[in-house]
Write a protein that binds this ligand. Structure first.
Ligand code: HEC
Length: 98
């Protein structure tokens, strides 16, 4: 799957905001897997994005359907928001693997 949205500052900023609300508790604001739930050991097994071969399409998929201990986020974020979040996650991953 390929994002229908253009990579833009606006989409990235919106994705960052949504990520902070829905994802950072587990994945951490940097995407290193050190969210607050992880550091308090309430939730285990959250990977760093650097350790996963992910693409915008695969991120969209995991948000739709979930994966193992990560539940689906289909009810929280709509299609456009899923792509915006995917853009932000790819930016985080690019920073982590540098
Ligand atoms: C309750 C904790 C939790 C929340 C909230 C959460 N995740 Fe996850 N996420 C996980 C866990 C655990 C895994 C590892 C799943 C596995 O591979 O077994 C994971 C895996 C992933 C992966 C890697 C999937 C792959 O293909 O390897 C991506 C990308 C991801 N999450 C993105 C997100 C985004 C974006 C959000 C916010 C919309 C989010 N997650 C919210 C726990 C969470």
């Amino acid at each position: 799957m390929i994002s229908p949205l253009a990579l833009s500052e606006e989409n990235g900023a919106k994705g960052k905001e949504l990520y902070g609300i829905y994802c950072a508790v587990c994945h951490g604001t940097k995407g290193d897997g050190q969210g607050i739930l992880m550091t308090r050991e309430k939730f285990l097994g959250v990977p760093s994005y650097a350790d996963r071969e992910i693409t915008p399409g695969s991120i969209y998929h995991v948000l739709m359907y979930g994966k193992n201990a990560m539940g689906s986020h289909a009810g929280q974020v709509n299609a456009k928001e899923r792509w915006q979040i995917a853009q932000h996650v790819m930016e985080l991953r690019n920073t982590l693997v540098k």
